[in-house]
Design a protein around this ligand. Structure first.
Ligand code: ADP
Ligand code: MG
Length: 630
């Protein structure tokens, strides 16, 4: 697929005089047919109608082209002209991308959008970037230096949080013949002249790149570092690696958008590209209103200073929605090429797939499963495949992590978009309607979700947090699995039929579910939980479980364990802010041990015990005495 696109792009050339104009012969919604388009190539951009609407050739038979139009085609009639451009659908890449809000084909949406749909002019004459703005360019090469693709010519402070590296574009190289001195330049000014065997070449801060082709890299590497999200169930149980891919399928209202927003706010990516294809009418309007007001928790600066938004409202033409994920990933690749860790969120890819289905329907293609075209799988793959942690030209490393929400109707994961996505991605965060109904958020189902990066990121956890992460995680998963098995038995025979250790397992599992897996995105502190805090929270909860099991052996009852004072403190751990939690957790650990000691001590006083365990308890009480003396 991608090779095919690359080939036709390489054949594209400016139309010659005698090739003339095409003419519209048929209009069907976003799909237009035109004849007399000699010399046109597949994926070539054409200007459609008197207004010059942007379209892309998606089928070609002799000189008749089928064109998907990225703008509203209302009012366009047969007989109107169609002009070739000799170019594929491309983006402009230069300083000024960050903080922008674009539609699916990089037209800026300005200001806050009250009435989505009425805010973009039709036609080709909208510039995606500010052409007048002057940026302070600081050169980093000297005349005579030999440079090639990926080398950094200079740097521009694009925002307070992003340094924009001005790179030698793909395919270019030479000796630096001229380089401007530090100063203010627009994105179209020449900042360097390169000399090579073909002559001289002027370089500006702007590059163009076709959206449907990945930007070249040296090689992909094995992911290893975790993308910190601050969401306990994700980081601790189903971690995503930087450069990895994740899917969030879930029925309506299960929390896909909330998770995507949490990742956009809290993940430790350098750059965030958020592609929104709104589920609900006003959802994108909310994003456009809310995002510009959010603060980046890592820098304290506005979140938009590291963010590019691509917004498709439901009333925008479907073809622009189809292109939007490719526009998003192209921007992500451009910043990855500078050496950044980029995170791209797409919410929801189901809306994107529906655009694909609608266009395919207009083309009267043979429908596949549930009406989606047969190429749904390869199109999805051509998007997710562009994620990765990469060795780049210019001897840098950068990554793109891609997180796609999927919204199967009725939460039924057997439908084609979910299934095809699952074949590609490495992390699966399954949102469950049953959990949502119980107000368990994030509604990530811990029994069906998975991460294929566990081995890759365990070194990261060990080095940065604690060497016991893997075993702690494994023990906890065992407990949660045990809970689900026991629950089946409880359904049949009731809880009292279980042995005390199993009753206590149910209690411990409930603590994990309610106080660890659940996390309130709207609570000031709980909204983000650093990995270290995640580890120690879980450590304490599992310590409660293992010490409790020992106490049961000694004769303490399940009811006594269930009414321990410490439980209330454990349930509040998530709300201790970062400057306090360590001290508080230490205190909780001490108090927990004391309370266990007291329980066992009272046991010894009230009932006769056998000699062996009795000996142990005497020494425990001695400890207790010395604590009281202090
Ligand atoms: P979806 O995008 O899957 O349709 P949303 O992300 O819009 O669902 O979530 C629906 C609602 O669920 C939210 O408005 C919020 O009330 C609740 N919710 C989801 N996740 C959380 C969370 N982590 N913490 C608190 N509430 C949540
Ligand atoms: Mg949503």
């Amino acid at each position: 697929m991608v090779e095919e696109i690359e080939e036709s792009i390489s054949r594209m050339e400016e139309p010659s005089e005698e090739e003339g104009e095409g003419k519209i012969i048929h209009v069907a919604g976003p799909v237009v047919e035109a004849d007399n388009l000699r010399g046109a190539e597949m994926y070539e951009v054409v200007e459609v109608g008197e207004e010059g609407l942007i379209g892309e050739v998606i089928e070609l038979e002799e000189d008749v082209a089928t064109i998907q139009v990225y703008e509203e085609t209302g009012g366009i009639k047969p007989g109107e002209p169609v002009k070739r451009t000799g170019e594929p659908l491309s983006l402009e890449l230069a300083p000024g991308l960050i903080e922008q809000i674009y539609d699916g084909i990089q037209r800026p949406l300005e200001g806050i959008v009250e009435e989505a749909g009425d805010f973009i002019r039709r036609g080709v004459d909208v510039s995606p970037l500010d052409e007048e703005k002057e940026w302070e360019f600081k050169p980093q090469v000297e005349e005579g230096d030999e440079v090639e693709h990926g080398d950094i010519l200079g740097v521009v402070e694009e925002t307070t949080t992003v340094d924009h590296k001005v790179m030698v574009p793909p395919g270019k190289k030479g000796v630096v013949k001229e380089i401007v001195s530090i100063g203010e330049y627009t994105i179209n000014d020449t900042i360097a002249v390169l000399e090579n065997e073909d002559g001289e070449e002027e370089i500006s801060m702007k590059q163009r790149w076709p959206v449907r082709v990945g930007r070249p890299i040296k090689e992909k590497k094995q992911p290893g570092e975790i993308l910190v999200t601050g969401q306990r169930v994700l980081d601790t149980f189903f971690p995503l690696a930087k450069g990895g891919t994740a899917a969030i399928p879930g029925g309506f209202g299960t929390g896909k958008t909330v998770i995507q927003h949490q990742l956009a706010k809290w993940s430790d990516a350098d750059i965030v590209v958020y592609v929104g294809c709104g589920e609900r009418g006003n959802e994108m309007t909310e994003v456009l209103r809310d995002f510009p007001e959010l603060e980046d928790p890592w820098t304290g600066e506005p979140l938009m200073k590291r963010t590019v938004l691509i917004a498709n409202t439901s009333n925008m033409p479907v073809a622009a929605r189809e292109a939007s994920v490719f526009s998003g990933i192209t921007i992500a690749e451009y910043y990855r090429d500078m050496g950044y860790n980029v995170a791209l969120m797409a919410d929801s890819t189901s809306r994107w797939a529906e655009a694909l289905r609608e266009i395919s329907g207009r083309l009267e293609e043979m429908p596949g499963e549930e009406g989606f075209p047969a190429y749904l799988a390869s199109d999805l793959a051509s998007f997710y495949e562009r994620a990765g942690i990469c060795e780049l030209h210019g001897n840098r490393e950068g990554s793109i992590s891609v997180i796609g929400a999927v919204s199967p109707s009725g939460g039924d994961f057997s439908e084609p978009v979910t299934q095809n996505t699952l074949r590609i991605v490495q992390v699966f965060w399954a949102l469950d309607t049953e959990l949502k109904n119980r107000r368990h958020f994030p509604a990530v189902d811990w029994l069906t979700s998975y991460s294929l990066y566990l081995d890759e990121v365990s070194d990261w956890w060990e080095e940065n947090v604690n060497e016991h992460w893997k075993s702690l995680r494994r023990e906890t998963m065992r407990l949660l699995e045990k809970e689900s098995e026991l629950e089946e038995i409880v359904q049949l025979v009731g809880p009292d039929a279980l042995p005390p250790s199993d009753q206590f397992a149910l209690q411990a599992a409930r603590i994990i579910r309610e106080d660890f897996l659940q996390q309130n995105a709207f609570h000031e502190v709980d909204t983000f939980c650093e990995p270290e805090k995640q580890f120690w929270m879980l450590h304490l909860m599992m310590a409660f479980y293992s010490t409790g099991l020992e106490a049961l052996d000694e004769g303490v009852t399940v009811d006594e364990l269930a009414s321990m004072d410490i439980l209330e403190k454990i349930s509040r751990m998530s709300n201790y802010p970062s400057e306090e939690w360590e001290r508080r957790f230490n205190k909780i650990e001490m108090e927990m041990n004391e309370e266990f000691n007291e329980l066992e001590e009272s046991l010894e006083l009230s009932s006769p015990v056998d000699e062996e365990s009795g000996a142990g308890k005497i020494s425990l009480s001695a400890e207790e005495v010395s604590l009281e003396e202090e």
